[in-house]
Design a protein around this ligand. Structure first.
Ligand SMILES: C[S@@+](CC[C@H](N)C(=O)[O-])C[C@H]1O[C@@H](n2cnc3c(N)ncnc32)[C@H](O)[C@@H]1O
Length: 434
């Protein structure tokens, strides 16, 4: 049986993931997680991720058994225990006893050992009761979403779409790959048991260590959600064009732009993340000029044929692979991020040559970060016009376009085929004359 160390790491991941944006990823890079053997890491990560995917429902089940909300540490121990009981292969007695042991290990949770034992035993009994088990399997999808986000999605996309989005939250998605050479799609699809998607991405349901999958070592593909691969395609980069990728790390889109033959400058504020970008370029066998700077006031004055701005955002569209974003996002983040996105767009516009293209994108479902940014930009910049994205262009799914020709994808689209992340992308062209 897996030890307390992996459960301690799961607790740290869960706490960090809920507390702040990016906390989950940070916790993956430090102790206790990074000290664990590989097998224990897989368990810790799966336990924390499953808890985050099911958190909306788990919290309701726990609330029904609690007279008042206990301290956060105790709540998180209960959440992890409930996840093991209800959604993982952990034997029930182990799910309960290891949760009680974990409570015993910390002074702040020790007084709550009895409560944890009683609540989890109650859940175990409910699970064994067929009527209650059936009710559990048939909950309304919106239970999985934080209420404030669900209300926002309903206001932005309508009730049916909001329910379809929420229904994706508990599901673990397949893995999408982008190819260095699109001509290898059929061969790699066979080797990886993958489907070829509309834009040319591959989708596989394989699990496990992907560094051992066919073609990884040779740098023939990289992991990139099918929706995330659309914005760079909209720039339609031609060999030899000068391309600027303004918020580039860890480099999924830089790789696409370089693979298309662009002479790419990849800029990011984070040197640590740029380190990953450089590793990715090396593995795939592509090159780019790499710059560490704040994109809002980068002193370089060159003009580019094509500019991509994949702006920092709440990332609420990426919950299929990063369920922590749902719980870490705060309404108060939206205003701050929207202000930053506006500044970054100003800077991006200054770097487009007359006649050149600019694509703005965010992996957010929130209109303030997408549609509203596009409209404000067009209002402020008469030199730029919106270049409509055609139906199916770049792999944009049917029903994935706004009426004015921007891309708006949400995870409820294409659900039978496995869905996609949420993304917004708008393509602008700068006039030749102004
Ligand atoms: C959505 S991620 C980019 C993902 C990347 N385009 C890809 O496809 O792999 C946003 C990036 O913006 C960077 N960033 C945030 N604020 C920035 C700023 N003011 N200037 C430059 N980069 C910034 C972050 O470090 C992060 O790497």
């Amino acid at each position: 049986m897996l030890g307390q160390e992996s459960r301690k790491a799961a607790l740290d991941l869960l706490q960090a993931g809920i507390e702040r944006r990016g906390g989950f990823d940070e916790a993956l890079g430090r102790a206790p997680f990074d000290r664990l053997p590989v097998r224990d890491r897989a368990f810790a990560r799966a336990l924390a991720s499953t808890t985050l995917r099911r958190l909306g429902l788990i919290d309701r089940l726990l609330a029904a058994k609690l007279q008042r909300t206990p301290p956060m540490l105790v709540m998180n121990l209960l959440r992890l225990g409930a996840t093991q009981l209800l959604y993982m292969d952990t034997p029930a007695h182990a799910a309960v006893s290891t949760s009680v042991e974990a409570a015993q290990a910390q002074r702040d949770s020790r007084p709550f050992k009895g409560l944890i034992n009683a609540v989890l035993r109650g859940l175990e009994r409910d699970k064994a009761d067929p009527a209650k088990a059936m009710a559990l399997a048939e909950v309304a999808p919106q239970i999985y979403a934080p209420e404030w986000l669900f209300n926002r999605w309903r206001a932005a996309f309508g009730e049916a779409a909001a329910v379809a989005i929420a229904a994706r939250i508990p599901e673990e998605p397949g893995t999408d790959l982008s190819l260095r050479d699109p001509g290898e799609a059929s061969e790699l699809a066979r080797a990886l048991d993958a489907d070829i998607l509309a834009g040319g991405s591959l989708r596989t349901q394989r699990r496990g260590d992907l560094t051992e999958w066919p073609g990884f070592e040779a740098g023939r593909w990289w992991v990139q959600d099918a929706a995330a691969a659309i914005p760079a395609r909209l720039l339609d980069v031609q060999p030899g064009e000068r391309v600027l990728d303004l918020c580039a790390a860890p480099g999924g889109k830089t790789l696409q732009l370089a693979a298309a033959g662009g002479i790419v400058t990849a800029l990011d504020r984070s040197s640590a993340r740029l380190g990953r970008l450089t590793e990715n370029l090396d593995r795939i066998g592509l090159t780019a000029e790499v710059a560490t700077a704040d994109a809002a006031d980068w002193s370089d004055t060159r003009l580019f044929d094509a500019v991509l701005l994949d702006a920092p955002c709440t990332a609420t569209g990426t919950f299929r692979r990063h369920p922590d974003v749902l719980w870490a996002a705060k309404a108060s983040d939206l205003g701050k991020l929207a202000t930053l996105q506006t500044r970054l767009l100003e800077s991006a516009a200054r770097r487009v040559r007359p006649g050149g293209r600019l694509v703005y994108c965010v992996c957010s479902l929130e209109p303030e970060e997408g549609e509203a940014q596009m409209r404000h930009f067009l209002d402020r910049h008469p030199a730029f016009s919106l270049a409509r994205v055609a139906d199916g262009e770049g792999g944009a799914p049917p029903r994935g376009l706004t009426f004015d020709g921007a891309v708006r994808i949400h995870p409820g689209l294409e659900a039978p085929a496995g869905g996609m992340d949420g993304f917004f992308a708008a393509r602008f062209v700068r006039s030749e004359t102004i």
